[in-house]
Ligand binder design. Structure first.
Ligand SMILES: Nc1nc2c(ncn2[C@@H]2O[C@H](COP(=O)(O)OP(=O)(O)OP(=O)(O)O)[C@@H](O)[C@H]2O)c(=O)[nH]1
Ligand SMILES: [Mg+2]
Length: 417
């Protein structure tokens, strides 16, 4: 892998990043010791195959009419995602996970920093591409830990958190993000309990850099969230790639639209009711008309979180987070949600089989009653078709039950239950 090439492409596209006070960025030895810390350790978990098992469960339902199949499959994968890495389910246990997504530089990290009671910026922010690792923020006693790609927990300090950004690539020519799965930050200054807010890299930060893979990183992290806060800058139009990206995260995902950087758009900033202003409404329609499930719109600026007067954008977000925290999931909830998704699929199998049986019985009685001997061959043919359909479903059910047993075993192993 050629770091220099990535670095040159990156710099050409985004210009120089600067942070003269961070020891991990200014001092090469310190930078390298951070890399050494981050990559150390044995492999803890390996769970990639579980998505294949979930796919097998759904493909075995090919002859069965499944209610809300796409939604159910996305939900199962979302739940399994939580259990994939021991550290992930440890930190997310009992939390509603709310993703924060959007284009590069939409203001995602600044938005999250602005929600904190303390004015010290926690997450790295830059006018150039900044966030490089999916980062959960939640209320708790100050603690920062990263989970590396081997599933191992690595403790970090706040300077290291700031340094693990695309700025590290700029300074040292090495993409640290490739060794990290996610970072978990506990901060006492987050004003809401019971939620984990997930900061993600801008999925479209200008270049398809093989070693950065920000799109895949964002997508993977956001596929496991319970709902999504989507940041859309007030000055930008809604485009097809935004819609496609949100849709790729799973059917029916609830989205809160935060129109960011409203201070840069006078028509919104000076409106008496910014949420009803023409621009905000047309941004909203841009998403709703293309089938995105927008369940709230909040015009926002990090420059003045008390704006608009009497309706503070920050307070509106906190109210939404408080409401969401009531839907928090414990590990037991996750297990029972997985069980209920499986139960719903199993019941679809049984109703399909029952329906075929009912039709076969009716045909058998029609056969007995057939007044016209010419009808008999077609009744026999139909009986045969129903019989082979039922045999197919019974065969699929074997595959289904085997895959379900594998998933159930995997969930049990994860939860130690
Ligand atoms: N005027 C104005 N600038 C903002 C606002 N929010 C963020 N910015 C600026 O926008 C730039 C990008 O902010 P970030 O928070 O790093 O954006 P991001 O979406 O996290 O960016 P990536 O992590 O690179 O995808 C920075 O220069 C911020 O200072 C806002 O409400 N108003
Ligand atoms: Mg960011």
């Amino acid at each position: 892998m050629n770091f220099t090439t990535d670095f040159d492409e990156f710099e050409a596209a985004h210009g120089a990043l600067e942070d003269d006070s961070n020891q991990y960025l200014t001092n090469v030895d310190k930078g390298l010791s951070l890399v050494a810390d981050v990559v150390s350790g044995e492999k803890v978990s390996q769970s990639t195959a579980i998505d294949d098992t979930i796919d097998l469960i759904f493909s075995s339902c090919g002859h069965v009419k499944v209610t809300d199949e796409a939604e159910l499959s996305a939900r199962l994968k979302r739940l399994a995602e939580r259990l994939k890495t021991p550290m992930r389910y440890k930190v997310l246990n009992g939390k509603t996970v709310i993703g924060v997504g959007g284009t590069f530089s939409a203001g995602k990290s600044s938005f999250l920093n602005s929600l904190l009671d303390d004015k010290t910026a926690l997450l790295p922010v830059d006018q150039n591409a900044s966030t490089s690792v999916a980062t959960y923020i939640m209320k708790g006693r100050s603690d920062i830990a990263a989970c590396n790609i081997f599933g191992r927990e690595v403790k970090l300090n706040s300077d290291a958190l700031q340094a693990i950004s695309h700025g590290f690539l700029r300074k040292h020519g090495l993409n640290l993000a490739q060794y990290l799965d996610f970072i978990a930050v506990q901060s006492s200054s987050l004003p809401v309990d019971g939620v984990a807010l997930l900061d993600t890299p801008g999925y479209d930060n200008g270049l398809d850099l093989k070693n950065l893979g920000d799109r895949a990183r964002s997508q993977r992290a956001l596929k496991s969230v319970d709902s999504l806060i989507w940041l859309h800058p007030a000055m930008k139009a809604v485009e097809k790639p935004h819609i496609d990206f949100i849709k790729s995260l799973g059917e029916g995902l609830e989205v809160i639209l935060v129109v960011s950087k409203c201070d840069e758009q006078p028509e919104i900033y000076r409106a008496s009711d910014p949420a009803r202003s023409h621009i905000v409404q047309s941004i909203r329609s841009g998403f709703v008309d293309k089938g995105i499930n927008i369940c709230g719109v909040i015009p926002y600026t990090t420059q003045d979180t008390d704006w608009p007067r009497g309706k503070s954008c920050k307070r509106q977000v906190i109210e939404f987070l408080n409401k969401s925290s009531r839907a928090k999931k414990t590990v037991t909830d996750i297990k029972s949600e997985i069980d209920s998704a499986i139960a719903s699929l199993r019941s679809d199998f049984y109703s399909s089989l029952n329906e075929l049986e009912r039709q076969s019985n009716k045909l058998a009685s029609d056969f007995d009653k057939a007044a016209n001997p010419l009808d008999i061959p077609s009744v026999i043919r139909l009986y045969g078709v129903l019989g082979s359909q039922s045999a197919n479903i019974k065969y699929d059910r074997e595959i289904f039950e085997n895959a379900v047993a594998k998933l159930t075993r995997w969930v049990k192993e994860r939860l130690g239950d």
